[in-house]
Design a protein around this ligand. Structure first.
Ligand SMILES: CCCCCCCCCCC/C=C/C(=O)SCCNC(=O)CCNC(=O)[C@H](O)C(C)(C)COP(=O)(O)OP(=O)(O)OC[C@H]1O[C@@H](n2cnc3c(N)ncnc32)[C@H](O)[C@@H]1OP(=O)(O)O
Length: 346
């Protein structure tokens, strides 16, 4: 995969904490044609698929499809603003105008991704042409496709900013295990919608089992260790296409990727202290350590990762043990309650 150029981007965020996100190598979003940009044919296929939708996707999705279609074909909104009483055209104008200067290619990719995320209502009716994406079904929170030697795992909870709930942790592990064995050469992770991922779903803290919060913390430490372990052990070049804001574990894991593409809408935020938590995803090891361009070739990755795998697993185990205690702290509980109650969630 031809790397465009490696740009160091200081991903310092005004985290309300002493901890600053360190910089890590990201590749400016000049996507490789084969790898990530939806082709004109994909775009046309998606337009046809929309006509085959069995279920009305709702006005919000239709407006988004309209806006992305206009942005992909005409560029930034060039229509005069309709009057306030022209409700339908005003809604369409607002949707298109909200895309700002999003490049046509990105709008085309987002259109294709949005249509593919509607795929459950398409499956029964779409005439998917032979040789196009082989879409893996059986995922609720992901869209997994494989084409041209690339397996793409797309987080697909856009309404929740691709927050990772327990189901999604398990599905990402399952998708990675399948990708490690399929005939693809590289694996790409990206997000559907305007966010890459807002990290751990904070409602994971709410459904406390009969065994109490200590048991929940213990079980989630095991889940987290297994989840991060899948990234440590992933054998193929692993690429992140950060299509928008990334928070928490979706950022800390990036240190285990071989390359990170960041769009100009990408931001990186690790609110450990703000949430009363501590590093995870091996970031307490990888972030300080990252000095050079990430490794992309499979053999060199094995040579480098082999030396570190044991150390990384030890770091992962230590992080999970510390986090298990942090999840029981007042700081963490207060932070989660504040978030979930801010929209009368509790
Ligand atoms: C007892 C032990 C249990 C332990 C369980 C732990 C399991 C493993 C943990 C591994 C360690 C990982 C750590 C992390 O990832 S820490 C980071 C966690 N993420 C956050 O703190 C981000 C929280 N979200 C936000 O701050 C904002 O939503 C955000 C800035 C991302 C976007 O703001 P915006 O205003 O643009 O949008 P909304 O807030 O309206 O969001 C839209 C809807 O999406 C919901 N949402 C978004 N992010 C999350 C999230 N992380 N968890 C849950 N829900 C989320 C939001 O509530 C809105 O939903 P509604 O439309 O229904 O209101």
């Amino acid at each position: 995969m031809a790397m465009a150029y490696l740009a160091w981007r200081l991903a310092r965020r005004s985290c309300p904490s002493s901890l600053q996100v360190t910089s890590f190598p990201v590749v400016q979003l000049h996507m490789n044609r084969t790898a990530m940009r939806a082709s004109q044919k994909d775009f046309e296929n998606s337009m046809n698929q929309v006509k085959l939708l069995k279920k009305d996707p709702g006005n919000e999705v239709k407006l988004k499809l309209y806006a992305l279609y206009k942005q992909a074909t005409e560029g930034p909104c060039n229509m005069p603003k309709p009057g306030v009483f022209d409700l339908i055209n005003k809604a369409k104008w607002d949707a298109w105008n909200a895309l700002g200067s999003l490049p046509k290619e990105a709008a085309r990719q987002n259109y294709v991704d949005l249509v593919s995320s509607l795929s459950p209502s398409l499956e029964s009716s779409s005439q998917v042409e032979p040789g196009t994406d082989r879409k893996s079904t059986g995922f609720e929170t992901l869209v997994v496709t494989s084409e041209d030697g690339i397996t793409k795992i797309m987080f697909n909870r856009p309404k929740k900013k691709n927050a990772i709930n327990t189901e999604m942790y398990h599905e990402i592990m399952r998708a990675l295990k399948a990708a490690s064995k399929d005939d693809s050469i590289i694996t790409v992770l990206t997000g559907n919608g305007d966010y890459y991922s807002s990290g751990n779903d904070l409602t994971n803290f709410t459904d406390i089992p009969p065994g109490g919060v200590e048991e929940k913390a213990k079980n989630n430490a095991v889940l987290l260790r297994e989840f991060v372990g899948c990234f440590i052990d992933f054998p193929k070049p692993l690429i992140a296409v950060v299509n928008g804001p990334a928070v928490g574990i979706s950022v800390t894991l990036l240190g285990l990727f071989d390359a990170v593409y960041a769009s100009d809408r990408a931001t990186f935020h690790t609110p450990f202290s703000h949430l009363g938590q501590s590093p995870e995803g091996c970031s307490s090891y990888t972030f300080p350590k990252i000095m050079s361009p990430a490794k992309a070739l499979r053999i060199s990755k094995e040579v480098i990762r082999k030396r570190e795998r044991e150390k990384l697993h030890a770091v992962n185990a230590e992080e999970c043990n510390v986090l298990q205690g942090r999840w029981l702290s007042d700081e963490c509980t207060n932070a989660v309650v504040n978030f979930l109650s801010r929209k009368s969630k509790l």
